[in-house]
Design a protein around this ligand. Sequence first.
Ligand code: KG4
Ligand code: ZN
Length: 346
Amino acid sequence: MNILTLETTCDETAAAIVTDRLEVLASVVASQDDLHRRFGGVVPEIASRAHLERILPVVDQTLRQAGLSLGDLDAVAVANTPGLAGSLLVGLAAAKALCVAQEIPLIAVNHLQAHIYACRLASREDVFPCVGLIISGGHTSLYRCQGPLQFELLGSTIDDAAGEAFDKVASMLGLPYPGGPSIERAARQGDPTAYSFPRALLKDEDRLDFSFSGLKTAVRYKIARPGQRDFSNVELSGRQVADLAASFQEAVVDCLVGKAFAALRQTGLAVLCAGGGVAANSRLRRRLAEQADRQGVRLHVAPVRLCTDNAVMGAIAVERLRAGLVEDLDLDVFPGVVRKTGSPPR
Ligand code: KG4
Ligand code: ZN
């Protein structure tokens, strides 16, 4: 059985073809980084227009890569929650059109569940039940994941997402978008103890939430005086940029590792899965691995190519098919996060 999966939740237009045995026959990701770079972050209107231009060429390219034609598809899956409303709509409209034309079933994908499913796909092991740490440009949250489709929110950021903080701090430091890889690169030459930055909520063991906006402001105050709004005339040396990047990254990593292991203690679970763009960060990956080793926790971090947005992780559609969860053509988009995701909302 061949399933075409579509992913347009944010600023990547992606398609893949997976089989019901979880084989990946093709995967294409058209990144929009170039379009958003000069704004230092994703501009929703630009993102949805770019999806509209790219979705059909991306589907064509995916079919060619797999050596298949539309007639060989047995179902279409699409991420319809959470994400940018305009971006989600483009993927959903394309998926519905393909389903009508080919008379094949439509499957809804929850993008956050898909980020964790990337760990299941890559490890080829049953990773559930586990604590799921989802860290991306739009989300930073911890879930108790009873199964691939049964997620219960344990905690999340009360302000910025971790990736958003990376992107904003990179912009302050004059580093290019996306900020995560830029900061990681700059931090390699820096001293993580050079600046002391806050680790918000970290000492509050009972609370599994995150907060990164104070950290972002603390970096800002190291660069400019309070009240000074314009960064363009602030000259930072290469050393300062590297030290600020390393110290900021270490603070984010401390919070992510600290809360993930607090969630394991609270739930009594012994498996941790991490996914989303920020999970590509090599310092975070190393720190998670060290801590997991020390505490006897089974750790699955999605492989780097499956951390940032992609359609391969939409293979979670296979689980929905098995559970008989096929959608009607009145399926809608749900931009916000659903707190208890037994199944994506209808
Ligand atoms: O999962 P993703 O591709 O899109 C969302 O669903 O949001 O995550 C994108 C985010 C961006 O904020 C980007 O700066 C961050 O992931 N990111 C990283 C790294 N690579 C991407 N953050 C830290 N270190 C990285 N190596
Ligand atoms: Zn994502």
